[in-house]
Design a protein around this ligand. Structure first.
Ligand code: PXL
Length: 277
């Protein structure tokens, strides 16, 4: 097996099963060395908890980059998730260009919004900065709300294929190379992922569980990244990651005490098995 090294930049939500507490175990389980730069430390994520702490780590970023430059530290891929400030996005771009090995992949999850709304603390400037990060990425993984924000498209929860393909065209227009469009649902019973990669689009449909489950975007993106790094093509990685995320949600929905995240740990074994197939 080729041993690969990845850097992921996103927050530590100490409790809440999202961001780094999801990315680290999942990508490591896929057999990829996973280094981190925390964008911020929060006591919990911002979706449902009240009074959470937020320590912004923006100004640590250039210092970390400078140290790594001295050490000659480089990566085979950089995967970014939830970032803590608009200024941070500029620093993240500097880090990416400084630490990327030749032909390294950049994967951007523009984690900033869901269900038609920006997450707490984000504004229009952040969206503009995120557009510029997505433009240079090899893969972006937006949900519908994020894709709408990135393309200045009015969000609607009910839509058809034409609406989605117009957004895809606009994302290409922005400069995005490959798009893994999550949560694309054309009827009430199903949802799916539209993978537009290497010049063609393929839709993978799966059953929809009628629940809002936090952190599933991070579970999905982390599994996708791990699978892609282990040599799966984007379509297969997107499908396996979707099946994995579905199982995590299914295992969580009946537990009303587990509203804050999804139980991803019990299915890591299955994810690893899928890697070998
Ligand atoms: O899962 C996305 C996410 C990541 N990090 C923080 C969040 C959220 C979603 O709300 O609040 C801090």
């Amino acid at each position: 097996m080729v041993y690969k090294r990845l850097l992921t930049i996103q927050d530590i939500s100490c409790v809440g099963q999202c961001s780094l507490t999801v990315a680290l175990p999942i990508i490591s389980a896929c057999g990829i060395e996973t280094s981190v730069i925390p964008s911020a430390v929060l006591s919990t994520h911002t979706a449902g908890f009240k009074g959470y702490t937020f320590t912004d780590l923006t100004e640590d970023m250039p210092k970390i980059r400078q140290h790594w430059e001295k050490e000659g530290i480089k990566f085979d891929a950089v995967y970014t998730g939830y970032l803590g400030s608009t200024k941070q996005i500029e620093y993240v771009k500097d880090i990416i260009s400084s630490v990327k090995k030749e032909n390294a992949l950049t994967i951007v999850d523009p984690a900033m919004a869901d269900n038609g709304k920006l997450y707490a603390g984000f504004d229009k400037d952040f969206v503009e900065a995120m557009k510029s990060l997505c433009k240079d990425a090899d893969f972006i993984l937006p949900n519908l709300t994020e894709a709408c924000l990135l393309t200045d498209t009015p969000y609607t929860p009910e839509y058809d294929q034409e609406y989605i393909m117009k957004i895809v065209e606009k994302l290409y227009g922005l400069g995005c190379k490959n798009i893994v469009f999550t949560g694309v649902s054309y009827d009430k019973e199903s949802t799916g992922v539209l993978v537009c990669a290497y010049g063609r689009c393929e839709y993978y449909k799966h059953s929809l569980l009628q629940v809002v489950c936090h952190g599933t975007g991070d579970i999905y993106a982390s599994a996708f990244v791990g699978l892609l790094m282990r040599g799966k093509n984007a379509y297969d990685a997107a499908k396996i990651a979707a099946d994995y995320t579905f199982e995590c949600i299914k295992a969580t929905v009946d537990d009303e005490n587990h509203w804050y995240g999804s139980k991803f740990e019990p299915f890591l074994g299955k994810l690893i098995k899928a890697l070998e197939e």
